[in-house]
Design a protein around this ligand. Structure first.
Ligand code: PGA
Length: 253
């Protein structure tokens, strides 16, 4: 049975004081013996402090992005080994905000996954179509293109511990989540695509759904056969919402 993952993507939110309060609320109300892996992804500058506050807890730490290069003259970038060094175990790669706002190509995302996996970080590879793609019936084509670029460079080994997050762009931060059936359709497509390369790894791959997951819709999304948890934006900034989502993921699979 696949162990679900719930990852909170804090994006560019928070402050030292707000993060400390959020983490304290998460830790004081977190149920014991969670089956799901729970990950929080604060902005880079807060990672080290978050690592300190989360030490000894079930929460794991992730970066929101990673540089494809290992070190050198890349002003403003953060490498995979640096993320490891401050206590990260996971890293998000290819979030749609990076792809769209910072023009990250499929090939660059693939190199980021490669760099992360090479340093022992578990990548959470984001894929997902824009509304125009969905309306034109191109959802599977877009997801296949984004996925294949990574599988071609990296193979499938990174999926043993890492994850794919299906995040339809039109559902991110909009309050309009994909229906459980829409999510399941794309998740099954992703799993089949991975299975064409390695059936064993495909069966083990965690495929997370992201895009307006809330306490109120998490259970029905996570009940779908190929939904193995979620990548949570806005709702991960509220401890009670995030913990309810975590509890829902704990029951899935
Ligand atoms: P959202 O964001 O939950 O606020 O829609 C999800 C994400 O961007 O990962």
């Amino acid at each position: 049975m696949r162990r679900p993952i719930v990852a909170g993507n804090w994006k560019m939110h928070g402050s030292r004081a707000e993060n400390a309060e959020l983490i304290e609320n998460l830790l004081s109300h977190c149920p014991e013996n969670l089956r799901a892996a729970c990950v929080v992804c604060p902005p880079f500058v807060y990672l080290q402090e978050a690592a300190r506050l989360l030490r000894g807890s079930p929460f794991l730490l992730g970066g929101q992005d990673v540089c494809a290069e290992s070190h050198g003259a890349f002003t403003g970038e953060v490498s995979a080994s640096m993320l490891k060094d401050v206590g990260c175990e996971y890293v998000i790669a290819g979030h749609s905000e990076r792809r769209l706002l910072y023009r990250e190509s499929d090939q660059l995302v693939a190199r980021k996954v490669h760099a992360a996996h090479g340093k022992g970080l578990q990548p959470i590879l984001c894929v997902g179509e824009q509304l125009a793609d969905r309306d034109a019936g191109r959802t599977h084509d877009v997801v296949a293109r984004q996925l294949d670029a990574v599988l071609e460079l990296c193979g499938t080994a990174f999926l043993e511990q890492g994850a794919v997050a299906y995040e339809p762009v039109w559902a991110i931060g909009t309050g309009r989540n994909a229906t459980p059936e829409q999510a399941q359709d794309v998740h099954a497509f992703i799993r089949t695509r991975i299975a064409a390369r390695d059936a064993r790894i495909a069966a083990a791959t965690r495929i997370l759904y992201g895009g307006s997951v809330k306490a109120g819709n998490a259970a029905e999304l996570f009940a779908m056969a190929d939904v193995d948890g979620g990548l949570i934006g806005g709702a991960s900034l509220k401890a009670d919402e995030f913990l309810t989502i975590l509890a829902a993921a704990d029951k899935c699979g």
